[in-house]
Design a protein around this ligand. Structure first.
Ligand SMILES: Cc1ncc(COP(=O)(O)O)c(C=O)c1O
Length: 443
């Protein structure tokens, strides 16, 4: 594919840049048009769990597409029923037995917000409409999901369309927004969620939404151990639904099936996306308890679908992905390889511009700073993160950009769970080279 053709129809590419032209992918590798090999250190947008180039997923997709191109979501298809059974029997936290599908993360979060609201309307509590989100969070790019999210860069310019919803502080121990530190803080950030509920008035609050481990906004924000159990207790006490957004963390990414499993918490609604079909099909899901859905059903209310909800071929691809994850014990592998990746990245803490290294399983992030002792970031105009990503591609590794002030420059890592030890070493050494090249351009 010629550069001119690739550039011409890019929808709104940065400064008219030519997109990287990817011809194919295999394992943890992307291959460009010119045959260059790039290590996919972030599984795309932290999507690909089982690795690239799995023929059996492509075949499952093709078989189903041939058998049943499309059926409206209220109809049952064999592929969907099989996928639901596998999810409920083997994957979801116990108690989450109502399963809906969409085509991605944003749609799934939208659906979760809609079902939470529909629950309270049907249950005769129509005042409950507010949803508490958190700073430094991301839940999608539609207007409702931007509104509950705390990604200031992605919200910018759209504020007039975004409902003004309360935000609680992020769990961001490196720069604790409350100025506290572990262990003495007693997980005060969780109490920040309760404070937000009380400010809004619990009788007005439908739900709290949070990523169990913050994704790429500020980079792999792992909460203190007591955080999620406390959050669940607070929500329960105030009659508020707890929505865990596991679009990035779900389906093994953090070394457990779901990140909430690290703390034994079952939310009222869990949202999944990316890893569910591992990039092989556009797919997302919402998973709710019977008690969330019951009032809606009792009232005989419709819950409108998206046209491509529960698309048969996507369901077949997702089911095959889950089967592979189970058969090859890839969730356990994510935990194991994650330890190795984490240890290797932790060596970077000796670097004068690496402020923090954090993560769990195969979701890691490195935060860069200009001055380590004060934690001062590089100037925004330096564009350090973008320079690192570009240098990474030049050095043969794709790392995922993140960062929102005050976590200005963040690089995330989320390779396929199939990554081997020597590939982890290659990932880290190429990242180190990219970091030095980028720093040379901003110093
Ligand atoms: C936690 C979280 N929620 C929602 C989304 C939105 O998903 P999508 O881009 O598939 O719409 C993302 C995407 O990165 C995410 O990380």
């Amino acid at each position: 594919m010629e550069a001119e053709r690739a550039r011409r129809f890019a929808f709104a590419s940065r400064a008219g840049a030519t997109p990287l032209r990817i011809a194919r992918s295999e394992g943890v590798w992307l291959y460009t048009d010119e045959g260059r090999q790039i290590l996919d250190a972030s599984g795309g947008a932290i999507v690909v769990g089982i690795g690239h180039g799995r023929r059996e997923v492509a075949e499952a997709y093709a078989r189903e597409a041939e058998r049943l191109a499309y059926a409206i979501p209220p109809f049952a298809s064999e592929a969907r029923v099989r996928l639901v059974e596998r999810l409920v029997d083997s994957w979801l936290p116990r108690g989450l037995t109502r399963v809906g599908f969409t085509s991605g993360g944003s749609e799934s979060v939208e659906a979760a917000l809609r079902i939470a609201r529909a629950h309270f309307v049907a249950a005769g509590q129509p005042k409950r409409w507010q949803v508490i989100g958190r700073d430094l969070s991301y839940h999608g790019t539609t207007f409702a999901t931007l509104a509950v999210g705390g990604h200031t860069k992605r919200r910018k310019g759209f504020e007039p369309w975004l409902a003004d919803l309360p935000k609680a502080p992020a769990c961001y121990c490196y720069r604790c927004p409350l100025g506290r530190s572990l262990p003495g803080c007693d997980v005060a950030c969780a109490d920040g969620v309760e404070a937000a509920i009380l400010r809004a008035g619990p009788e007005n609050v439908a739900a709290v939404i949070a990523e169990p481990i913050g994704g790429s906004t500020a980079g792999a924000l792992v909460p203190p151990d007591g955080y999620w159990p406390r959050l669940a207790e607070i929500c329960k006490r105030h009659g508020v639904l707890l929505i865990a957004d596991e679009v990035m963390t779900g389906f093994g990414r953090t070394g457990k099936r779901f990140a909430v499993d690290h703390w034994g918490v079952t939310p009222d609604i869990l949202v999944g996306g990316k890893g569910l079909a591992s990039g092989y099909a556009p797919m997302g899901g919402i998973f709710a308890s019977e008690s969330v859905v019951a009032p809606v059903i009792e009232q005989g209310q419709e819950f409108m679908f998206f046209t491509y909800s529960a698309h048969p071929a996507s369901c077949a691809a997702a089911e095959k992905v889950l089967e592979i994850l189970e058969r090859e014990q890839l969730v356990e592998r994510a935990a194991r390889m994650g330890e190795i990746l984490g240890k290797r990245l932790a060596r970077l803490l000796d670097h004068p511009n690496v402020g923090d290294v954090r993560g769990r399983g195969l979701l890691w992030a490195v935060e860069l700073v200009a001055d380590k002792s004060s934690g001062t970031p590089f100037p925004a105009e330096a564009g350090l993160t973008a320079k690192i990503v570009a240098a990474g591609i030049a050095h043969g590794v794709f790392v995922y950009p993140g960062g929102v002030d005050p976590a200005r420059d963040v690089i995330s890592f989320g390779p396929p769970f199939t990554i081997a030890e020597d590939e982890i070493e290659l990932l880290a050494s190429r990242f180190e080279q990219a970091l030095e090249s980028a720093l040379a351009r901003v110093r």
